[in-house]
Design a protein around this ligand. Structure first.
Ligand code: FES
Length: 89
C-alpha cells in the first residue's frame, strides 16, 4: 500500500506476539480482515509484542492510533473502529 493510500486511515496495530495470539488475537485479526468497511478505513499493522500483555493477563491487545486497548474482543474492536470512522465522516 502506498503512502498516499494510508493517508486519512486509522492505524490499527494488532499484536501477533505469542501471548496475544493464544488469548484471542487471531479472532481479532479474522474479524477485522473479514470486514471490508473497516479494512477500507483502517491501516492494519501486524505487530510483535507491544509489551502490555503481562504474560497474557491483558491479552489480546490492539493499539489504535497509538493508544493501547487491553483484553480486546472482536465486538468491542468493531464498535470502537466504527465509532471512530463515523466520527470522521
Ligand atoms: S504478546 Fe501482545 S502485548 Fe505482548
Amino acid at each position: 500500500m502506498s503512502k498516499e493510500e494510508n493517508q486519512g486511515k486509522i492505524t490499527v496495530r494488532i499484536c501477533c506476539g505469542i501471548n496475544c495470539s493464544v488469548h484471542g488475537g487471531q479472532e481479532l485479526l479474522d474479524s477485522i480482515e473479514s470486514d471490508t468497511y473497516l479494512t477500507s478505513h483502517c491501516n492494519i499493522v501486524y505487530n510483535e509484542c507491544l509489551e502490555f500483555c503481562e504474560e497474557g493477563k491483558n491479552s489480546p491487545i490492539v493499539e489504535i492510533e497509538g493508544k493501547p486497548f487491553l483484553r480486546m474482543t472482536p465486538e468491542r474492536l468493531t464498535t470502537l473502529l466504527t465509532d471512530k470512522i463515523q466520527g470522521r465522516e
